[in-house]
Structures are given as structure tokens and as C-alpha cells.
Design a protein. Structure first.
Length: 572
């Protein structure tokens, strides 16, 4: 997917000064007029509803397929695009760890248009640079005024620097770019286009990884499914493929690729909105460095400093299926993007066939909704109310000291970005030349980074009494160290999201087992053992709480809890 440069319009390139300062007063003056229009529209809608349904009760669904009530299909993308404008630290983190890491892979972000997000990141960073340079100039002039004892001018510069913080905060919430991110107005294709050739190439690289079928994961990470969220559960078992269903006929030979294709075909037929089925290769970032097939470059020397490939041929994946390796593992991935991208469920299946057994393993992963702070865009009127205006003034005052302290390093990192990037790449190439080793895995997944995780550890410990202010924070840190996932768990925003998670799990599992049983029966392999495993896994699962499952006599609790069933056991 190429990102072609285009001539930007005035709205997409306006940074500071997009809305004049007196626009604030004009916006406030139009609030009563807008409120009257809103009431008139609401009254007309109510009258129309009464005419259509007689008693005012809706009689039929008017929206069959598509956005409902202004809610689009790319809600997760929209909220994250808005978040990078509102949170300068998040935008900086994405630039430094995604765009400016050419020797690392980019983690896939299901349910998210990562290209649109990164375009908004670049636009937000341009505005942040203007803000930070303005603060640096004010800081230098304030220092000169202190040295020359021009205290009146010093106070004026204090006010001006606060005004810079306030104006930027106002524009990011009520400026032209933000208006395009509101509910009903957002289109991922309308993201502001970058102008620098280097940035265009960086975003093209992101697009290539998003469309690829190779997932590298960070070498120090234990879980391999980078970008797909957190494991809900996993199971595995082995089946005897030498026992015929009909003793009078021999077992017909088959390949594991044929079995994969049958499962893929059957799962793809499921009538689940947002379902996608694909083949994907997972490999550790360190292992990728020592596999020349998975690094770009026309010569062996060039591949040593090349970037990871984003795609391999289907024949490459089929070969790994037929002759499995320890480090590079292909999986069949069925993912369901629900709730307009805010909930993403993934089912990852791996089949291994030997001369006597078929080994089946599966992992369920989930990406929860985004953090609550990233929904701020949905609670902003087109123009600020008086209360919002006053709150923004106060908030700008609280943010001002920190902004003044950080403006020099932040602006310096942007002004000297090319030099810092070249220095980082030079250090990485020296490391590769000296150690012949490098971790090509992504530092993080953007979608996982933005996910809403809650802490199991309370914020306060009232029972400690007067010791609570001192001992409480220390106790929280210690407790998180000894809890899985840092004491965090997935946070759902709606009860129905939990039910949908369970629905996706059971429906996909049942179809997988049906496809396996059908295929084995066709090849005269006795499917009774498979059916017993399927019945135990699909029907005997009782959800008793978040990440807690009672299954087939096994009790497992915790993030990624699991129990494994083997050929002679009864567990999961």
C-alpha cells in the first residue's frame, strides 16, 4: 500500500494560527444560536418519529448495514488519531519507536488503520514543534529579562508563554483538524498527508507491514503473538491418526497443508461480522536476524543490516507446516473485529502432523477497548461552553510549568531528529557488526499500547492509617511485582463486550472442531477421540469471572490461565 504525496489543503496543514484568538469569543457568542438550532432539529426528529410510528414507537430498523447514530466502522482509529493530538508524549513515543526504527518490524494492529494514525502523529508533531519552539523563545527572553532586571517585561513573557500553552490546547480541541475527527465526520482516507520524502517512506513501510503476513516479536518478550493482545486461554491435545474409523479400510494419507486449508475454508464461512482468516508466520526478533530468508537485501552482507521482511510466499508457510521448525512457526489466525474496532478477538491455530499423531494447539487472544482518556474527543462540543473554557484556562496553568521545563529537550529532539536518527542507526549497525546479533522485533504494538488495562492493586490502603501516604505507594509497587501482567487485567467498557468475547470463542472453536472431524472422517481416521476433546472444551467451559475458568476438572485463574489436555488426560 503506497502513500503518495499530495498537495495538502489549508485545513490539513494549518498548525498554529488556524483559528484566530478572537475566534474563541465568536464561538462562545454562537452557542445560544446553535443550541436553538439543536432544539429545533430534535423537535423535528421527534415529530417525524411520531408520524412514522403512529404512537412514536419505531416499527422497523432504518439502518441495516453501516454506521449507526454517527458511529463509524473505524471508531478505534478515530479515537487514537485524536489521542495523538491531545497527548504529545504519546505522539513522540510513536514516532521514535515505530517510524524511526527502520531495522525493526512493525507490529500489526488489528482493527486499527495504523497508516492513518501515523499520519496524524506527524501532523500533531509539527504543531507540537511550533508550540515548543515558541516556549523556548519565551524562556530565553525571560532569562534575559531577569539578568537585565526588566521585571515588567518578564511578567509579560510569563503571560505570553502561558497563552501559547492555552492556544495550543484550544486548537487541539476545537481547531479545524479536530473537527474532522469528530463522530460522523471522520474518514481515515482524509488523514493529513506528510510532505517530507523520508516521512512518506516511513509511512509506506508501516503500510507494508500492516498488509504483510510475518509477525516478529521482541526478543525479550515471552508471548509471541505481538499485536494480537493478551491470551485469554489456550489448549492443546494429540490425536492418534493411525486408528481407522472403518477397520475394513486403511487410513487415507493426507498432508497437514490440506487439513489447514479445510479448516481455513470452513472458518471463513462463519456468518460473523468483522471476521477475517489468514495465515501468519511468527518468529522471535533475535532468531529473525540469523535467518537470511527473513531479512531484506540482495547480498548476504546487505541482509546483515537489512530490515525484516513483511511478507513471505504461501509456499514458504506451507513448507514450514510440512517440516516444522522450532523458531519460525506458522499459524492460522481467525480474527473478529467487533464494536467498530474497539474489541478484537483472535483465534490462533497450529497443527503438527507426524507419522502417528496430529497435534493441535490453539490460543485465544483479545484486544480490549482503548483507554478511557482517548475518548475525550467525544465529549467536546463544536465550541467550548463557558465551563469548558474556564477549565481549559486552569488546566493550561497547571500544565505550564512542566511544558516550560520540557520544551527545550522536546524541541531539540525534533530539530535534530535527522542527526539523532542517523546516530541511532550507526550504533545499531556497530552492534550488528560486533556481535552479529540484533533484535528485529517491534518495541511495542500501537494497539496494545493504547489498550485499557485496569490494576488489581488498589490505589489506596486506608487500613494503614497515618502510614498510608508513605507506605501505600511502596506497597502498590511491591504487589504489582508479584502479580502476573504487573497486576493488570483487561478492562471492558460494556457488559455485552464480555458476552461477545465468549460468543466469538465458542462459535470459532466449534467450527474448527467440526472441520477437523469432517476431514478426518473423509480420510477414515477415527474421530471419536477428537469429538470427546471438542465436547469437553466447547461445552464444559464455565466462565466464573474475568480470566478465571473452570474446565473439565481443571481450575485455572489469572491472565492467560490455561490447562492442557493430552491424549490420555481429561484436562484442558
Amino acid at each position: 500500500m503506497a502513500v503518495a504525496p499530495s498537495v495538502p489543503d489549508a485545513e490539513s496543514t494549518t498548525v498554529l494560527g488556524a483559528v484566530p484568538v478572537n475566534g474563541v469569543a465568536e464561538g462562545l457568542a454562537t452557542v445560544p444560536e446553535q443550541l436553538g438550532a439543536l432544539l429545533k432539529t430534535a423537535g423535528g426528529a421527534a415529530a417525524g418519529l411520531s408520524r412514522g410510528g403512529g404512537s412514536g414507537i419505531p416499527t422497523r430498523r432504518t439502518v441495516q448495514d453501516g454506521p449507526l447514530g454517527g458511529v463509524g466502522r473505524d471508531e478505534a482509529t478515530r479515537h487514537l488519531c485524536a489521542a495523538v493530538h491531545l497527548d504529545s508524549a504519546l505522539a513522540e513515543k510513536l514516532v521514535e519507536n515505530v517510524l524511526e526504527e527502520p531495522l525493526r518490524a512493525v507490529s500489526r494492529s488489528p482493527g486499527l488503520d495504523l497508516v492513518a494514525v501515523m499520519k496524524h502523529v506527524v501532523a500533531a508533531r509539527a504543531r507540537h514543534l511550533v508550540r515548543d519552539l515558541s516556549l523556548v523563545a519565551a524562556l530565553v527572553l525571560m532569562f534575559i529579562c531577569l539578568v537585565t532586571l526588566h521585571l515588567g517585561l518578564f511578567v509579560l513573557l510569563l503571560v505570553v508563554s502561558w497563552l501559547v500553552v492555552f492556544v495550543e490546547a484550544y486548537l487541539v480541541r476545537w481547531g479545524p483538524t479536530t473537527l474532522s475527527l469528530r463522530r460522523g465526520a471522520f474518514r481515515a482516507a482524509d488523514a493529513p498527508q506528510p510532505q517530507r520524502q523520508l516521512t512518506i517512506e516511513q509511512i509506506q513501510r508501516v503500510a507494508q507491514y500492516e498488509a504483510g503476513n510475518v509477525s516478529a516479536y521482541l526478543g525479550e518478550e515471552f508471548l509471541p503473538f505481538s499485536g494480537y493482545g493478551w491470551p485469554l486461554d489456550s489448549w492443546s491435545f494429540a490425536l492418534d491418526t493411525t486408528r481407522p474409523e472403518d477397520p475394513d479400510r486403511p487410513v487415507e494419507p493426507f498432508s497437514v497443508t490440506e487439513l489447514y486449508e479445510r479448516v481455513k475454508e470452513q472458518v471463513a464461512k462463519l456468518d460473523i461480522a468483522g471476521l477475517g482468516v489468514s495465515d501468519r508466520l511468527f518468529i522471535n526478533g533475535f532468531d529473525m536476524h540469523h535467518d537470511p530468508d527473513l531479512l531484506t537485501g540482495s547480498t548476504p552482507a546487505a541482509r546483515l543490516v537489512g530490515r525484516p521482511v513483511e511478507r513471505v510466499a504461501q509456499e514458504f508457510i506451507d513448507e514450514l507446516r510440512e517440516r516444522p521448525e522450532d523458531r519460525a512457526r506458522p499459524y492460522l489466525v481467525a480474527e473478529v473485529v467487533g464494536w467498530n474496532g474497539e474489541l478484537v478477538y483472535s483465534f490462533l491455530l497450529r497443527l503438527t502432523l507426524s507419522a502417528t499423531h496430529l497435534f493441535v494447539e490453539a490460543t485465544h487472544c483479545l484486544l480490549p477497548p482503548l483507554r478511557g482518556a482517548y475518548y475525550e474527543i467525544d465529549f467536546l462540543l463544536r465550541y467550548p461552553t463557558l465551563r469548558q473554557f474556564l477549565v481549559l484556562i486552569a488546566r493550561s496553568g497547571l500544565r505550564w510549568p512542566g511544558m516550560m521545563l520540557r520544551c527545550i529537550p522536546r524541541s531539540g529532539r525534533q530539530v535534530f531528529a535527522d542527526y539523532l536518527r542517523s546516530q541511532k542507526q550507526r550504533r545499531q549497525r556497530r552492534l550488528i557488526a560486533g556481535l552479529d546479533n540484533f533484535d528485529h522485533g517491534p518495541i511495542f504494538s500501537v494497539r496494545e499500547l493504547a489498550s485499557d488495562l485496569r490494576s488489581r492493586v488498589p490505589n489506596r490502603f486506608p487500613s494503614l492509617g497515618f502510614l498510608e501516604p508513605v507506605v501505600g505507594p511502596v506497597l502498590s509497587v511491591v504487589l504489582r511485582l508479584f502479580m502476573d501482567s504487573g497486576g493488570r487485567y483487561l478492562n471492558y467498557h460494556r457488559y455485552f463486550q464480555i458476552l461477545d468475547r465468549d460468543m466469538y470463542t465458542k462459535v470459532v472453536e466449534k467450527r474448527v472442531f467440526a472441520a477437523l472431524a469432517e476431514f478426518l472422517e473423509e480420510r477414515n481416521v477415527d474421530p471419536d477421540e477428537l469429538k470427546r476433546r471438542a465436547e469437553m472444551i466447547v461445552n464444559n467451559s464455565l466462565t466464573v469471572g474475568d480470566n478465571a475458568t473452570v474446565t473439565g476438572g481443571a481450575f485455572s485463574v489469572g491472565h492467560g490461565s490455561r490447562a492442557t489436555a493430552t491424549s490420555g488426560g481429561q484436562g484442558r
